[in-house]
Each structure stands twice: as C-alpha cells, then as structure tokens.
Design a binder for this molecule. Sequence first.
Ligand code: A3P
Length: 296
Amino acid sequence: LNRMEQPPRPTLIDFHGVSMTKYFTDNWDNVQNFKARPDDILIATYPKAGTTWVSYILDLLYFGKTHPELQKSTPLQDRVPFLELCSPLQPSGVDLANKLPTTPRLIKTHLPVQFIPKSFWEQNCRIVYVARNIKDNVVSYYHFGRMNSLQPEPGDWSTFLHDFMEGKMVFGSWYDHVNGWWEKRQTYSKLHYMFFEDMIEDCGREIDRLCSFLGLSPSAEEKEKVTTGSKFDNMKQNKMANYSTVQVMNHKVSPFMRKGKVGDWKNHFTVAQNEKLDEDYKQKMKNATLKFRTEV
Ligand code: A3P
C-alpha cells in the first residue's frame, strides 16, 4: 500500500472465543513466542481506556530525562510498540519491540489476559492495566471506530452500543476483559490495576502510585514535567503523542485526543439505552469487588 491508500476495513472473526480482526491475529505465532525480558513493562488495556495517556506517562518517567530528543523525534506509537498489531502499513509490533533502542521496553497490548504471551509471566514482568467505566469506554470506542480504518465499520451509535454489549468488538467483551485482568491480581502480584477516572480526579496521586509500583523516585521537578506533559491539552498539541502521524486515522472525522473526560456518555446515551446498559451491567458484572465510577 502506498502512503495515500487505506487498508480495507476488516471484519470481525471469532478467534478462540474472542472477537478479533486479522490486523491483530495475523502475526499470532510471533506474538505468542515473543521473548519478554524481566525489565519489560507491559501496558494492558481494553481499547480506549487510557492506553496512550499511561503510555506517555511511563515514557516521560523513564526517558524524559535521559532521552528528551526521542520524545521530540519519534511518535509515541513507535516508542511504545503495540505488541499484536500487524498492519500492512508498518513493521509489526513484535518487530518494533525487538528493535527498541532503549530499556526498559514499554510495550502496549489490548489482549485479554488469557492471550498474553507466556514469557511475560515467566519473566515476572511488571504489568500496568488501565480500566475505564463502561459508558465512557463505549462512547470513546465508537468515535475511534469512525476515525480509524483499521477498525470494522462501527455503524450508527445504537448498533454499536448493541454490538458492544454482546462483546462483538475488537478484543472482545469489555466485561470479560476488565474482569479477567482483575482476577489475575489474585495470583500475579506484579500487576498494577488503575482506573481512568482516578487519573482524571488526581493524576499526580496516580503517578505517585505508579512510581511506587515501578520502584521509581523522580525529583519534584521531574514529576512536575511528567504531570504537565501528560495533561490532555498538552498531549493534544503534541504531534509525537496525538497520533496525528498515523495514516489510518482521520482526525477530521473525530480527533484521537477527543475529549478526555469522565461523563461524556451523558451526551450520547438515550434514557432507554442507559437503562438497558445498566440492566446488562447488573447481570454481567458478577465480581462485586471491581467498582467503576461513571462520574467524578
Ligand atoms: P475520549 O475519546 O473519551 O476523549 P486509548 O489511548 O486507550 O485509545 O484511550 C483514548 C481515550 O483517552 C480518549 O478518550 C482520549 O481523549 C483519552 N485521553 C488520552 N490522553 C488523555 C489525557 N492526557 N487526559 C485525559 N484523557 C486522555
């Protein structure tokens, strides 16, 4: 494909019981055989839960001082490879990860917990999981589907919401994802489970918690740079962090850095849709210890 061409929108396939597309399964053997290193840090999320935000925070924490030039020259998606991505337009996530010039490697994934390559567990890697409340998560995913031609056609909002509740989304059911990772905490201690809403409420506090999980102790000045650099408006203006260099995304349809809020779902859900989702939620969120906030 040349620079102007868009790859065709994919269709959903059933992949070991999870809805996926070929852009995340075509490189499957290489993904599963990926050789993690003990100091690798995996950033895992359901799509649109705050992956980019946390990736950028980690990138600033680790490399803000030692490699500020990289942050000016290399887009975030190249510094934090997307492990399972396999698109015709760029090197695979596995290849990018294997060529990263810096350590520790920060690696992004949207895989549900049961699909994580086994070497991450064997090497006892640190994993940061970010979750976002279902209502804002589905709204954000809908707009992302409209602007990103690597996603299946999203259809209209009510169709999309219906499909979402059925788990007919790339990377499967939101419920399975957030619950599967939540349960993993019981047996895997190097997993830090974060919430988008907590970051909106007090990002400084969440950065402190992240640092204590990672064993980092930035100076007040360094921390200030991370907090400021990762603010929504600053990331939105930052060409190296706002995905403006990605060919498959059309930011005129909807910018990648769209709103960055808790509660935008109220501008999308009808009363009936909201009631239906609440009902679905009650039935499927069996794990009472996992609690989300739909407003802060
Ligand atoms: P919205 O579409 O609701 O605006 P991901 O990185 O997992 O794809 O998630 C993208 C969502 O995170 C988008 O949500 C985006 O605006 C939001 N986001 C990204 N950086 C952010 C920041 N610094 N502060 C707040 N929200 C941010």
